[in-house]
Design a protein around this ligand. Structure first.
Ligand code: GAL
Length: 837
C-alpha cells in the first residue's frame, strides 16, 4: 500500500512538475484502443457518437494491407506517359491491388490531467503521417487538415481540450482518391500520433536548428537557433535558455546560457564549442544531443532534446561528394515507404532490418522516393550510419495521376517543404534534399521557375544541404534551364547521356538520382540468357540472371562504369533497394501482377542474386563469392546449356562442374565507359564483363558447381559451391534476431525454406507452409516475394516461392519465450524458440 502511494506521488510530481525539479513537458503516443471504420459518417466527429461497433485497432495501422487483393480495387484506365505509353489502357495492380481507395475514420480518447491544475499548459497533436487528406477534430471542434499523406504535421489543440483536460475525443477522417498514386500508398494512420504537453513557455515542435559551421580535429563550432514561445503576459527577462551539449555517453561537453532580453522574434541564437569532436560518419555514426532548458527564474519550464551529428558535407565540381573531407561516392538505393507484408504501417524493427541489409550490401545512402520518410527511418539512418536523400514530390502542378499531388501543389507545396525540412534538418544522415521526381514541368517553359522557387525555399529553411531533383528528360532540361538552376543536377536513367549533359551544364557534376531499374524475380531463371527490354513471360516473372530491364532503363554495370570512370559522376541511387507493392512493370495489364520486380531484395526481404552483384562492387571489406543459377534442374535438362554467373569482389575465378574445370574468367578492366556504348555493346554483355564473371556455355549435369576465386597474382583465395538438391526433406528456420524487446512491437523475421537431407535448398519448392506462434509473441505476417501471389500476408500460411519465404513474429509486452512452428505436408516441420526480454 505504502509503495503504491509513493509511486502515485512520484507520478504526480512527474506529470504536474515541481519547482526546480522537472520540466513541464510530457509526450506520449496514441497507439492502442483506436476505433476505426470505413463508413463515411460525419456524425463521428461528435463527442457523444457511439463508435463501439467500430473495429478496435492499434496505430500505426494500414487499413488496406489486409486485402483482399482484387484488380477492381485500383483499376486505372490511363496511359503511363513516362513509360512511353500513348493510348490509355486498363492497368490492374498498379497501386498494389489493395483496397486503399475510399474513406476511413479513426477515433480515440486521451487525457491531459495537467490541464485541470494549470491553465497555462499547452497541448499539441503531432502526426508523423496520415494517408491521406487528414481532417482532425478534437471534442467535436475542427482543428485542421493536412492533405498530403506522407508529411508530418501538428496542431496546437489547447483551445479544444475539455477544461479538466480529461476524456478528450480526437476524430480523424482520411480519404484516398482513385488514381492518386503510381504505387501502393497505404491507407490510414500508418505512422505514429503523438501528444505533446508543455507549459505555456516552451520550445515548439521542431523548434531547434543545429548546424556545425566550423569542424576540424581540434574543435567544432555548434550553432543553435532555438524557437521559444512564451505566454503573452509574462516578463521576458525572467526567462533564460540554457543549452547543454552532451556526448554519446551523456557527458556534458559544452554549455551556454542566454537571457531572454536578447529575445529576438522568438528565435534565440547560441554558439557553443565542442573540443576534439567525434564526427558522425558511415562507420562510426557518433551522435551528440543538444539539451535546451528553458527557465523562468529557477523553474525549469521546458526541456527539449535534439540529437545531432558533427560532420561536413561538400560537393566539389569535377570531383565528387565529400563527407568529412573524404570523397564518398553515392552507393545508394531508392526505396518506397511500404514494408512489404506490413504495408505502410511503420515499424522500427522492420526499418532497421532494411538498413542493416543495405549496409551489408555496401550501400551508403537511401533516397526516400518519392516522398517524406518516417521519423523511424531517419533515426535508424542517424544511428546506423546511412546517408539519406530526402525527397518531397512526385508531382508538382502538372499531373502524372489525375488525383495526385497536382491538386495540392499551389496551396501546399511550400508548407509541405517547410515541414519536412524543419522536421529533419538536424539529422546528420540527411545530406541532400530532393524537390521532385520526373515532374512533367521538365519540358515546360515555366518549369525552371518552379524548380528555382522550391530550391530557394529549401535553401532558406536549410542553407547547409545541397538540393537536387530527378530528371528523366535530358533532351529538354539541358536546353530550357530546368537542369541549370539545380544546385546538383540529378538524372534518372540514360547514363550514356551523362557526358553530353555534363558538357552543356554549368555545375560540373552529375548525380544518378535514379538508375538501373533492372528486373528480376528471386530464384527464377529464363533461357536463353540474353539481354532483353520489357520482356514478359506467362509466369509473370523476370529472369534472375540479371539481364532484363525496362525500355528506359539498364543493367547495374551500365551505371557502375559511369560512376567509376567519369570524375564528375558522383554516384547513384538504384531503383530499388527493396521490392514494393504496386508498379509491376513490365506487367501492366496482367493481373495478378501487383508488386514490383525492380528490387535488389524481394518483397519478403530475401536478397535476389543481384544483391551479391552490388555487394561485390560496393562492399570492398567483405568477401563476396556468389554462384547463380541454382543447380537443381529436371532430368530432361541434362546436357542443356545453362550458363553460370559468379558475382565476386575477386578479379578472377575458375569454375568446376563435378570437378571438371570450365575455365578461368577474369574481369575485363580494359572496358571503359568511352567506346562502350556502341550498338553491339548495348545488345550484349560488354560492360558486364568488367564486373561479373560469366560462363555462357556450361552444360547441365546434376552434381556440384564449385568456384575458386583468385587474387590478381593468381593465388586461390576462396571457394564456394552449390549442389543439386535431392528430395524435399524438412523445413529449415533462421531468424534475423532471436532476442526481441518485450514492447509488443518488436519483430523477428524468420527465413523459412525447404531443404533436402543434406541441407541443400530445394529451389523450386512451392508447397504451402503453416505457422503457429505460442508464448510471449504472436504471428504478424508472411511474404514470399512472388510479385503475382494473391495470398494474404496476415494469414498464418503461405506458399514458398523458389523454395523460401519470410514469416514475421511480433513480441508481446510481457517477457518470455516465443515458440514459432512451421509445418507442411510431405516434409518434416520445424520449431524455433525466440526470447522476448
Ligand atoms: C522512374 C520513376 C520511378 C519508377 C521507375 C521504374 O521513371 O521515377 O518512380 O516508376 O521509373 O523504372
Amino acid at each position: 500500500m505504502k509503495t503504491r502511494n509513493y509511486l502515485l506521488l512520484a507520478l504526480g510530481l512527474w506529470c504536474f512538475g515541481s519547482p526546480n525539479a522537472r520540466a513541464d513537458r510530457r509526450e506520449f503516443l496514441l497507439e492502442k484502443g483506436w476505433r476505426f471504420t470505413r463508413t463515411d459518417d460525419s456524425a463521428a466527429l461528435r463527442t457523444d457518437y457511439d463508435d463501439s461497433r467500430w473495429q478496435t485497432v492499434t496505430v500505426p495501422h494500414d487499413w488496406a494491407i489486409y486485402g483482399p487483393f482484387n484488380p477492381n480495387n485500383d483499376k486505372q484506365n490511363v496511359a503511363i506517359v513516362q513509360d512511353g505509353q500513348v493510348e490509355p489502357s486498363e492497368h490492374a495492380g498498379r497501386t498494389g491491388g489493395l483496397p486503399f481507395v475510399g474513406t476511413g475514420w479513426y477515433r480515440t480518447r486521451f487525457d491531459v490531467p495537467e490541464f485541470g491544475r494549470d491553465s497555462t499548459r499547452r497541448a499539441t497533436l503531432l502526426f508523423d503521417g496520415a494517408m491521406s487528406g487528414a481532417q482532425v477534430w478534437v471534442n467535436g471542434q475542427r482543428v485542421g487538415e493536412w492533405p498530403y499523406g506522407y508529411n508530418s504535421f501538428h496542431f496546437d489543440v489547447t483551445p479544444y481540450l475539455n477544461a479538466d483536460g480529461m476524456n478528450n475525443t480526437v476524430a480523424v477522417r482520411l480519404e484516398n482518391l482513385p488514381e492518386s498514386s503510381r504505387w501502393y500508398p497505404g491507407a490510414g494512420l500508418y505512422r505514429n500520433v503523438h501528444v505533446v504537453v508543455t507549459d505555456g513557455a516552451h520550445i515548439p515542435v521542431w523548434g531547434t536548428y543545429v548546424t556545425t559551421p566550423v569542424v576540424n580535429e581540434r574543435f567544432a563550432k555548434v550553432n543553435l537557433k532555438t524557437e521559444v514561445i512564451l505566454p503573452e503576459t509574462v516578463e521576458t527577462n525572467r526567462y533564460r535558455l540554457v543549452t547543454e551539449i552532451r556526448d554519446s555517453a551523456g557527458n556534458k561537453v559544452a554549455e551556454t546560457t542566454t537571457r531572454l532580453t536578447d529575445y529576438d522574434e522568438g528565435v534565440l541564437t547560441q554558439d557553443l564549442v565542442v573540443d576534439r569532436p567525434a564526427l558522425w560518419d558511415l562507420e562510426n555514426p557518433v551522435l551528440y544531443t543538444a539539451v535546451s532548458k528553458l527557465y523562468e527564474g529557477d523553474d525549469l519550464k521546458d526541456e527539449y532534446s535534439t540529437p545531432f551529428g558533427i560532420r561536413t558535407i561538400e560537393v566539389r565540381p569535377d570531383d565528387g561528394f565529400y563527407l568529412n573531407g573524404k570523397k564518398t561516392v553515392f552507393k545508394g538505393v531508392c526505396n518506397h515507404h511500404d514494408l512489404g507484408p506490413l504495408g505502410a504501417a511503420v515499424n522500427e524493427a522492420a526499418i532497421r532490418r532494411q538498413v542493416r541489409m543495405l549496409k551489408d550490401m555496401g550501400a551508403n545512402a537511401i533516397r526516400t522516393s518519392h516522398n517524406m520518410p518516417a521519423p523511424e527511418l531517419v533515426r535508424a539512418c542517424d544511428e546506423m550510419g546511412m546517408m539519406l536523400m530526402v525527397e518531397t514530390f512526385d508531382e508538382w502542378r502538372s499531373p502524372k495521376c489525375q488525383n495526385g499531388y497536382n491538386r495540392l501543389f499551389d496551396d501546399w507545396a511550400e508548407k509541405d517543404l517547410v515541414n519536412v525540412i524543419r522536421h529533419y534538418r538536424n539529422a546528420p544522415s540527411v545530406v541532400m534534399w530532393c524537390i521532385g521526381n520526373e515532374v512533367p514541368e521538365q519540358g515546360m517553359e515555366h518549369g525552371a521557375k518552379i524548380a528555382h522557387w522550391l530550391q530557394s525555399i529549401a535553401h532558406r529553411e536549410d542553407p547547409t544541404r545541397p538540393v537536387t531533383q530527378g530528371m528523366d528528360n535530358p533532351g529538354a532540361v539541358i536546353n530550357n534551364n530546368f537542369a541549370a538552376v539545380m544546385e546538383v543536377p540529378g538524372f534518372n536513367y540514360r547514363p550514356f547521356m551523362y557526358p553530353e549533359n555534363y558538357r552543356k551544364l554549368p555545375q560540373r557534376i552529375i548525380l544518378g538520382t535514379e538508375t538501373a531499374s533492372t528486373l528480376s524475380s528471386r530464384g527464377v531463371y529464363k533461357f536463353p540468357v540474353v539481354r532483353a527490354a520489357m520482356k514478359t513471360y506467362p509466369d509473370h516473372q523476370a529472369s534472375s540472371y540479371d539481364v532484363e530491364h525496362c525500355g528506359w532503363s539498364n543493367l547495374p554495370e551500365d551505371d557502375f562504369i559511369q560512376h567509376e570512370d567519369l570524375p564528375y559522376a558522383i554516384g547513384e541511387f538504384v531503383w530499388t533497394g527493396f521490392d514494393y507493392l504496386g508498379e509491376p512493370t513490365p506487367y501492366y495489364t496482367n493481373w495478378p501482377s501487383h508488386s514490383s520486380l525492380f528490387g535488389i531484395i524481394d518483397l519478403a526481404g530475401i536478397p535476389k542474386d543481384r544483391y551479391y552483384l552490388y555487394r561485390s562492387h560496393w562492399n570492398p571489406t567483405e568477401e563476396t563469392l556468389h554462384i547463380l543459377p541454382h543447380w537443381t534442374w529436371p532430368e530432361e535438362r541434362i546436357g542443356d546449356t545453362i550458363p553460370v554467373f559468379v558475382y565476386t569482389n575477386y578479379p578472377s575465378a575458375e569454375l568446376f562442374i563435378n570437378g571438371v574445370s570450365q575455365g578461368i574468367r577474369t574481369k575485363d578492366t580494359t572496358i571503359r565507359v568511352e567506346g562502350s556504348y556502341t550498338k553491339e555493346a548495348q545488345a550484349s554483355f560488354e560492360r558486364q564483363k568488367r564486373y561479373r564473371l560469366m560462363w555462357m556455355d556450361t552444360k547441365y549435369e546434376p552434381g556440384t558447381v564449385r568456384v575458386v576465386a583468385y587474387d590478381s597474382t593468381g593465388r586461390a583465395m576462396a571457394t564456394e559451391e552449390i549442389r543439386t538438391a535431392g528430395k524435399p526433406h524438412r523445413i529449415e528456420l533462421t531468424a534475423d534476431r532471436t532476442v526481441l524487446d518485450a514492447t509488443g512491437k518488436d519483430l523477428s523475421f524468420i527465413n523459412v525454406r525447404v531443404v533436402d537431407k543434406e541441407g541443400n535448398l530445394c529451389p523450386e519448392d512451392t508447397r504451402e507452409i503453416r505457422f503457429k506462434v505460442k508464448g510471449a509473441g504472436s504471428y504478424r505476417a508472411a511474404a514470399n516475394g512472388n510479385p503475382a501471389s494473391l495470398e494474404l500476408f496476415h494469414l498464418p500460411q503461405m506458399k514458398l516461392f523458389s523454395g523460401q519465404l519470410t514469416a514475421i513474429v511480433q513480441s508481446a509486452e510481457a517477457p518470455g519465450e516465443i515458440v514459432f512452428e512451421a509445418t507442411a505436408p510431405g516434409v518434416k516441420g520445424a520449431k524455433l524458440t525466440l526470447q522476448a526480454k
